[in-house]
Design a protein around this ligand. Structure first.
Ligand SMILES: O=C(CO)[C@H](O)[C@H](O)COP(=O)(O)O
Length: 227
C-alpha cells in the first residue's frame, strides 16, 4: 500500500504540534533535520523531535540532512523516531550505522542525493528497511521535481525485485498531484510531500488524495508493493 509522509519542512514551525495533528491519518510524519553544513539550510534537532514524538501518534520518519550521522542518528532513535534516514554521502560507516539504528529499535534508511547512483550500494540494500531517492537537491521545500530521477527509481525497484527484498522505496522532493503517478509507476512506494500537503486548504484530504493517486498508479504498473 502506498504511504504518504507529509514533510514538516512546509509546516508552520511556530505551531508544529498543531501541524502534526492536521495530518493525522498520514502514514508517517517526515521530519527534515538540516545542519547548514550538509545542506545550506538549518531546521531542528533532537529536542524538537522529542517534543514532536510526544505531540503526535503519527510515527516520525526523520531525514537527517546532516554531517556526521554516525554520531547523531542513534540519538534520533532515542528521541522517538520510528525511522531514521542518513545520507550515503555523509555516513562514514553506513553498514555499522544501519545496524545500530535497527538494534536500537527503529527502521534504518539511507538517502541518495540526485547525483549519487544506487548501484554501488547494491550489496548494502539488505541492511536497510528503506532507501530514499531524492527527487530534488536536498535543502529546501517547494522545488521542482527532477524527472531525470525516474530511471534511478526504476533501476532501484528492479534491484529490490532481483534480491527479493522487503525494502521500502521512498521519494522526496517536488512530489505532488502532478508528479506522484510517475513516481509510483517507476516503483516508489513511500512518498514525501511538503508543499503539496501543507500548502493545501485541507492537508488531511491532500494526504488521502495523493494516496489514492499513488495506489492506482502502482496497481496499473503491476509491480508488487511490499507493505
Ligand atoms: O527533504 C526535503 C528537502 O530537502 C523536503 O522533505 C522536501 O523538499 C519536501 O518538500 P516539497 O514536497 O515541497 O518538495
Amino acid at each position: 500500500m502506498a504511504q504518504i509522509n507529509p514533510s514538516i519542512l512546509s509546516a508552520d514551525f511556530a505551531r508544529l504540534a498543531d501541524e502534526a495533528k492536521a495530518v493525522e491519518g498520514a502514514d508517517w510524519l517526515h521530519v527534515d533535520v538540516m545542519d547548514n553544513h550538509f545542506v545550506p539550510n538549518l531546521t531542528l534537532g533532537v529536542p524538537v523531535v522529542e517534543s514532536l514524538a510526544r505531540a503526535t501518534d503519527t510515527p516520525l520518519d526523520c531525514h537527517l540532512m546532516i554531517e556526521n550521522p554516525d554520531q547523531w542518528a542513534p540519538q534520533y532513535v532515542e528521541a522517538g523516531a520510528g525511522s531514521v534516514t542518513f545520507h550515503a554521502e555523509a555516513a562514514a560507516a553506513p553498514v555499522r550505522l544501519a545496524r545500530e539504528i535497527r538494534a536500537k529499535g527503529a527502521r534504518a534508511s539511507m538517502a541518495l542525493k540526485p547525483a549519487t547512483p544506487v548501484e554501488p550500494y547494491e550489496d548494502l540494500l539488505p541492511e536497510l528497511d528503506m532507501l530514499l531517492i531524492m527527487t530534488v537537491e536536498p535543502g529546501f521545500g517547494g522545488q521542482a521535481f527532477l524527472d531525470i530521477m525516474l530511471p534511478k527509481i526504476r533501476r532501484t525497484r528492479q534491484l529490490i525485485a532481483k534480491h527479493g527484498l522487503e525494502l521500502w522505496l521512498q521519494v522526496d522532493g517536488g512530489v505532488s498531484a502532478a508528479t506522484i503517478e510517475r513516481c509510483a509507476e517507476a516503483g516508489a512506494d513511500v512518498f514525501v510531500a511538503g508543499s503539496a500537503v501543507y500548502g493545501a486548504n485541507d492537508p488531511a484530504e491532500a494526504v488521502r488524495a495523493l494516496r489514492t493517486q499513488a495506489q492506482s498508479a502502482t496497481a496499473s504498473a503491476g509491480w508488487a508493493c511490499g507493505h
